[in-house]
Design a protein around this ligand. Structure first.
Ligand code: AMP
Length: 283
């Protein structure tokens, strides 16, 4: 595995691959790698001749008062994990290389970016869409792998790729969880032992919400009320939102049908956690 920090050097690598008709897989991350990232890398290694993973904690997607400065960073461990997982190039650009001057161009995916996470974190998805567009412009034609863990982000990137005709195939991969159901996240290290025990409440709320739908409930608001009650039953949790939505539009439908997604976000102590799960209704 080669560690590359220069944008030009990554371009040279992918140009060579294109000339040799080799398929490039790309896994963008913010580092502090865990098995969730690992599953994306494994998939990319399986599907492609050449795999690039990136580590970039993107200042543009953090709001004022968010954890940009304290975001967990573990580059030495990340290098080992990436190498073991079969990454060919680990692209770790400096902030100055990605944003040499104040950025005047932003990518805004309207509608989808305003909902849920976007409503709680103003400008967050503009930052995500902009940096992912930049990374796609650097890497070039590729298959890019994103986790369903950040389901809204995945749908926004799919929309962006279609809207802008980007030469990228987007693949979504299932959420990897701890044994007790907590979705793996770099931010889980912020949790105190007591908070860690409380954290799977989001998973419980999603499971019970899905069970209610499986038993025949089709009123999104009823499902949301149950999920809210469950999250609020945990004394250490402060609910941000729960939602039962159409998986494409991310809007709450009159009647749940076809592909649905349940979303949940809550603070456990100071740590903001999010999770989601879904199912497809056939009747
Ligand atoms: P991050 O480093 O948190 O920005 O995440 C980088 C990529 O890994 C994104 O596509 C995430 O959705 C994905 N990811 C993060 N956590 C998980 C997880 N527990 N399971 C699967 N994918 C994940």
């Amino acid at each position: 595995m080669r560690l590359i920090s220069s944008i030009e050097a990554v371009r040279r690598e992918t140009l060579l691959m294109a000339l040799e008709h080799k398929q490039v897989g790309f896994v963008p991350t913010m580092g502090s790698l865990h098995d969730g990232h690992g599953s994306l890398i494994e998939r990319a290694v399986k599907d492609n001749h050449f795999v690039i993973a990136s580590i970039f904690v993107n200042p543009l997607q953090f709001g004022d008062g968010e954890d940009l400065d304290s975001y967990p960073r573990s580059i030495e461990k990340d290098k080992q994990i990436a190498e073991k997982a079969g990454v060919d190039v680990l692209f770790v650009p400096e902030v100055e290389a990605m944003y040499p001057s104040e950025i005047a161009t932003k990518v805004v995916v309207s509608k989808l970016s305003q909902l849920w996470e976007g409503a709680s974190r103003e400008g967050h998805f503009d930052g995500v869409a902009t940096v992912v567009t930049k990374l796609f412009a650097i890497v070039g034609p590729c298959t890019a792998y994103f986790g369903e863990k950040d389901f809204q982000q995945l749908q926004i990137i799919r929309q962006m790729v279609v809207d802008l005709n980007l030469p990228v195939e987007v693949v979504g991969a299932p959420t990897v969880r701890e044994a007790d159901g907590l979705a793996m996240s770099s931010r889980n290290v912020y949790l105190s032992p007591e908070e860690r025990l409380a954290a799977p409440i989001l998973r419980v709320a999603l499971d019970e919400g899905l069970n209610l739908v499986r038993r025949g409930e089709r009123d999104a608001l009823v499902v949301m009320a149950l999920m809210k009650k469950i999250v609020e039953s945990e004394p250490l949790a402060v609910l941000d939102y729960v939602a039962a939505v159409n998986a494409k539009s991310l809007e709450i439908p009159e009647i749940l049908h076809a592909e649905i997604r349940l979303l949940a976000a809550a603070y456990i102590g100071k740590t903001r956690l999010l999770d989601n799960d879904g199912l497809t209704l056939t009747e």
